[in-house]
Design a protein around this ligand. Structure first.
Ligand code: MG
Length: 184
């Protein structure tokens, strides 16, 4: 645990839970935590920003979650509309982009759309300053997952280690999982 993680715990700003990938979150765990809806980040949580890596087993996991009666709503800060629509359609999920997390509006819209109360919902994402901080501001429970490998922006090279968790080598990524053309 880094010093930054310890400070977050002291300030009660750390994620409530941590998992390595989405598909390691079991239906049993979601049920034990009385989850009726998930607010999911897209970039580097489900798919890497450069569209190279899909989180292992994620499409099957998303289907399992919905078959289990849990709603899913994507809340993405992504600005590329065509790309967002492409992924939303491929994954058969409702959602919004340009959500401006950590501000509340995107989370509120997700709750309204799913018609659920805050205590029924879990936010899942890879970044502290958008997903986790946003969930805390909106009084929602949250899970931080490891960030899928992606090209680093200049500021991520400086502080990325504090706000995202590196993707673990023990969870193999299959580049062939991504089939079909991706619009940008
Ligand atoms: Mg993300």
């Amino acid at each position: 645990m880094t010093l930054f993680d310890r400070i977050l715990i002291l300030l009660k700003l750390g994620p409530d839970h941590r998992f390595m990938t989405l598909s390691t979150i079991s239906m049993k765990w979601l049920s034990e935590n009385q989850i009726k809806g998930l607010i999911l980040d897209l970039d580097n949580t489900i798919i890497s920003e450069d569209d190279c890596y899909l989180s292992p087993g994620v499409e099957r996991w998303l289907q399992q979650v919905q078959d289990y009666g849990i709603q899913i709503f994507l809340v993405s800060n992504g600005k590329r509309e065509a790309r967002f629509i492409n992924w939303k359609e491929r994954l058969h999920l409702p959602g919004i982009h340009q959500a401006r997390k950590p501000f509340k509006s995107g989370f509120k819209r997700a709750l309204r759309s799913m018609n659920l109360c805050p205590h029924d919902v879990m936010v899942i994402g890879d970044s502290f300053h958008t997903d986790i901080l946003g969930a805390k501001i909106s009084h929602l429970r949250c899970i931080q997952v490891a960030s899928l490998p992606h090209p680093k922006l200049w500021w991520e090279n400086l502080i990325g280690a504090y706000i995202q968790k590196p993707y673990p080598q023990e969870y193999p990524l299959d580049i062939n999982e991504i089939k079909g053309k991706v619009s940008h």
